[in-house]
Write a protein that binds this ligand. Sequence first.
Ligand SMILES: Nc1ncnc2c1ncn2[C@@H]1O[C@H](COP(=O)(O)OP(=O)(O)OP(=O)(O)O)[C@@H](O)[C@H]1O
Ligand SMILES: [Mg+2]
Length: 414
Amino acid sequence: MKDLQNIKQRFGITGNYDGLNRALDIAVQVAPTDLSVLITGESGTGKEAFPQVIHNFSTRKHGQYIAVNCGAIPEGTIDSELFGHEKGSFTGATESRKGYFEVADGGTIFLDEVAELPLSTQVRLLRVLETGEFIRVGSSKVQKTNVRVIAASNVDVTIAIQHDKFREDLFYRLNTVPIKIPPLRDRGEDIFLLFRKFASDFAEKYRMPSIRLSNEAKNVLLNYSWPGNVRQLKNITEQISIIEKEREIGPEVLQSYLPDYTGVKLPAVIKRDEDKSFSSEREILYKILFDMKSDMNDLKKLVLDLIKTGELDITFHESNSGVIKNLIRDAGRDNPVHGSAESHPVDLPLHHSRNNIQDTEEVVEESLSLAGKEIEMIRKALEKYNGKRKMAAHELGISERTLYRKIKEYEIEM
Ligand SMILES: Nc1ncnc2c1ncn2[C@@H]1O[C@H](COP(=O)(O)OP(=O)(O)OP(=O)(O)O)[C@@H](O)[C@H]1O
Ligand SMILES: [Mg+2]
């Protein structure tokens, strides 16, 4: 096996990604045979180096190597370009002319963007592949040629077949040995190697210090989807090298050169990220709810403390009784130490003990007034229910035991 590193150096291929090494290895293995090779991969992945590797490691290396961009030649002239024409065969055909298949006899033809070939040309191509025979446009003479064909496509040829744009038999004939070039976004660390290579190439070309990436910028490079693959990386490295004065490139500067940068690589990943952002949204909602619950508990505790210390006189407002009951019940739940077999485990205090540093006089005054109101309410409740403590306590929103203690404390007479 040839040394892949040497081959990479010779053909200007940077990278160590497994998929790239595999593709190169296949190219080297298949080179000495005459098998047709179809190279596929997204635009800008670096397909063009591969047919050259194959040609140069084949026995045809001293023969012609002709690269034809099938997508760039007008439909009306492509047959003529590939197979030649006779003088006068069409308007403007003032001379007879050899086509690439004739010229490349004994060599290699690289048919780039092969899916763009018109169907009529595909018929001619299939014939030359199968029999080595071709006919110049405007001629009836069958000629022979010995050409190795390597094709490439950045579109899925099987889709072109489904749309009747590409002959299936030709596809199988071309695809004898398939080579897939991986997209840049899958190549991991290779992206840094490529960036460094291009940055140093452009530094040399424009005679300036090489640009470098900060660690955050490296992450941006890794997380971008690179729709234009290596070509795009090369282009933006050149742009940044020329435009940016600061040689250390941060994430913001880098992002400004990347259209549609979202921090995610693939549609599939984008979807996953949507899920992630949804789950993080849910997390935020949970947090808000938890915070609200915690605030509520704090408020409850505060209110309860105020009631306990007698600073808040809401105990006996009828409309509040249910709320207060719940408050007391909750406090009992939160402080099981105070819990008892009774339904209202936390009792309201009999004494208004305030241990904070507020104006004592005011506190006393207020406390007295609270006590007076309390007595009044207890009396009213007992009267309403004919001295039935259980019902009075219920109405007041306090436990029977507390009511009993209060009656004793205030020496309320029935
Ligand atoms: N591994 C690599 N190392 C260094 N340069 C690379 C590499 N791959 C691609 N390039 C550079 O990126 C550019 C695009 O590569 P190439 O023209 O081979 O893409 P392609 O796959 O043929 O794309 P398309 O399908 O659009 O024709 C070229 O300038 C090429 O030199
Ligand atoms: Mg190309």
